[in-house]
Design a protein around this ligand. Structure first.
Ligand code: VTB
Length: 332
């Protein structure tokens, strides 16, 4: 798959393999608690595991997208320094368990995700909502537009793909706030896959419609998840636009403190994740692109997608881990 976004290789390429270990470890921890109905516990073990693995890396990392602001998240909060404090300075966006509720319910597509980038190249997004639209690679630039009517975007996409609108599937979070967009997409004649959570996976799924059945992601989800998804698309190729939803003075002030000058700005994929970006996602529960963690008698198996924007290489890492203390079920 071609990648138009190649750029300078700034990050040490060994980090591409190091971050696989980080998401594998978080995914294994979370997966032990999948289907147990306790989303906080699943999230907590994933956070602990990811943090421990990150702190073993020779990086000077800073969390720019994390578990929340320092006062509300004791670990992996925005601004937390991670890594051994030696080596390259990197910005990190992470979600040790993207889709806590789907993991707790043992439903598809929960992931452990991380993006690592050159210092200063990931959008410092506040934890607010973001309106998003994303499509995979291979389309002319600008064929979808966050400000266009949903039906027009669907029709433009179908035309560019060379299929009738009825063969297009949009992925949308199943929320009451999406009633109008859902009605408009259905009225246009396209199908919709409604998801309960996990729009990072939803966006990534647009990059491989043959495997996932998803052509376009639309709707309002978390802004931090938007930056993570943009980091992934920068590596695989595709188009994405996002706009923060800053509908109160408090949110506008919070965003301004994080450097957002224009509250109505449309962020394109490259505005959310620029420079050399690495991205890794390990499946927690089974999904459309990634298998979930499998606990077998002799091994624990994981499935990871890891990629890098400067080279456009997308690797799939299928790993067998021996049972060990590190992967045991106790929290650290
Ligand atoms: C999405 C989704 C997340 O939050 O961003 C969503 O990717 C949006 O927020 O997995 P609401 O749930 O408030 O609609 C999550 O579902 C995480 O909560």
């Amino acid at each position: 798959m071609g990648n138009e976004n190649s750029g300078e290789q700034v990050l040490d390429r060994v980090l591409t393999l190091e971050i696989v270990r980080v998401t594998e470890r978080a995914a294994i921890a979370a997966a032990r608690l999948s289907g147990r109905g306790d989303e906080h516990a699943a999230d907590q073990v994933a956070v602990d595991a990811m943090r421990e693995e990150l702190n073993a890396l020779s990086i000077k990392g800073i969390v720019v997208i994390g578990e929340g602001e320092r006062d509300e998240a004791p670990m992996l909060y925005i601004g937390e320094e991670v890594g051994k404090g030696t080596g390259q300075e990197v910005d990190i966006a992470l979600d040790p368990l993207e889709g806590t509720t789907i993991c707790a319910k043992d439903m598809p597509n929960s992931l452990a995700v991380i993006a690592m980038a050159e210092k200063g190249s990931l959008l410092n997004a506040p934890d607010v909502y973001m309106d998003k639209i994303a499509i995979g690679p291979g389309y002319p630039a600008g064929i979808v537009d966050i400000d266009a009517a949903p039906a027009d975007n669907i029709k433009a996409l179908a035309k560019a793909k060379g299929v009738p609108v009825s063969e297009i599937t949009a992925c949308i979070l199943d929320r009451p706030r999406h009633a109008a967009i859902i009605a408009a997409v259905r009225e246009a004649g396209a199908a919709i896959r409604l998801i309960g959570d996990g729009d990072v996976a939803g966006v990534i799924h647009t990059t491989d419609p043959v495997e996932t059945g998803i052509d376009i992601y639309m709707g309002v989800g978390g802004a931090p998840e938007g930056v993570l998804a943009a980091a992934a698309l920068r590596c695989i190729g595709g188009q994405m636009q996002g706009r923060l939803i800053l509908d109160t003075d408090e949110k506008r002030a919070r965003a301004a403190r994080m450097g957002v000058e224009d509250p109505n700005r449309i962020y394109h994929m490259e505005d959310m994740a620029s420079g050399d970006v690495l991205f890794s996602a390990t499946g927690v529960t089974d999904g459309n692109m990634l298998m979930g963690v499998k606990f077998e008698r002799d091994y624990i198996r994981t499935d990871t997608l890891v990629m890098r924007s400067s080279t456009g290489t997308v690797r799939r890492v299928s790993a067998k881990h021996s049972h060990s203390e590190k992967f045991s079920s106790k929290t650290s």
